[in-house]
Design a protein around this ligand. Structure first.
Ligand code: ADP
Ligand code: ASP
Ligand code: MG
Length: 260
């Protein structure tokens, strides 16, 4: 049985219909005989909307209160996703970053993960649940919620995958993988079926927002295979694998049109 961590970005859970669609996909992966832990982002533009609301009240809001506010976005999506999985007849439980054991430093708004102790996630998986974890958040030593910086759910997903010793970390988004350029801006951009950690790090540091920089650094450091793909299709996306790993050993690759 493989252990798969799946991360769904805000664009994949923008409304309740999307949440139901994602739930079906998660349950399919589970029923195919895998353990599945999910990291989810806030729905659509929720995080931006929360920031706008805060700014309309206080142009210089206290950092602690901003993180308290922003972590609420992922609480909404995680609980709705757990309900959607329940509604299709499977077992799921959602967990905040704190409940999932994400310990961070004290830098509100740009916290670094210091350790992940996913005991509750493991117990949930062992009892046959899909474990849903709020992305982008953790807790500092003082017990206050922290956020990891914009786009931080990617990093949460890789950190959880490493802590659980998962077989693959799948990053689901609204395009078919990593492209040679932003496919929404450059229509001739091509999907890259395989890319190295170094190449994707270079793209991320050049400002491409396809994956958070820290997520790729983390994956490279721990040799965690990544599969960036669309939640709107079953096609295979872009694989980022440690040196020497055979892509055919990766679980849940979907319909591969080309592997090289
Ligand atoms: P999510 O909600 O899944 O986190 P993001 O909006 O953060 O999604 O990232 C996905 C978007 O990244 C795509 O819709 C695409 O427009 C953009 N993007 C920028 N550069 C690239 C690239 N080189 N390859 C693929 N997508 C890219
Ligand atoms: N919801 C957070 C953001 O919008 C984290 C994420 O989506 O990765 O930045
Ligand atoms: Mg993102």
């Amino acid at each position: 049985m493989a252990l798969i961590v799946q991360k769904y970005g805000g664009s994949s859970v923008a409304d309740t219909d999307s949440i139901k669609r994602v739930a079906k996909r998660i349950v399919e992966t589970r029923r195919a005989g895998n353990d599945v832990a999910v990291v989810v982002s806030a729905m659509g533009d929720t995080t931006d909307d929360l920031i706008d609301q805060a700014m309309s009240i206080d142009s210089n809001p206290p950092a602690r209160e901003m993180d308290m506010l922003m972590t609420a976005g992922e609480r909404i999506s995680m609980s709705l996703l757990a309900m959607a999985i329940h509604a299709v007849g499977a077992k799921a439980a959602s967990f905040t970053g704190s409940q999932a054991g994400f310990m961070t430093d004290a830098r509100f708004g740009a916290a670094h993960i210091k350790s992940v102790r996913p005991d509750r996630i493991r117990r949930a998986l062992d009892s046959g649940h899909v474990a849903i974890v709020a992305g982008f958040q953790g807790i500092n030593e003082g017990g206050d919620p922290t956020t990891l910086g914009r786009g931080g759910s990617d990093t949460s997903a890789v950190a959880l995958a490493v802590a659980l010793d998962a077989d693959v970390c799948e990053i689901y988004t609204d395009v078919d993988g990593v492209f040679t350029a932003d496919p929404r801006i450059v229509p001739t951009a091509r999907r890259i079926p395989r890319i190295s950690y170094d190449e994707i790090l270079e793209m991320a540091s050049c400002g491409s927002k396809v994956l958070a920089l820290r997520c790729v650094e983390y994956a490279q450091r721990f040799g965690m295979p990544l599969h960036v793909r669309s939640s709107f299709s079953h096609r295979s996306g872009t694989l980022v694998l440690p040196d020497g790993m055979d892509p055919r050993t990766l679980p849940n690759v979907g319909t591969f049109s080309s592997m090289d």
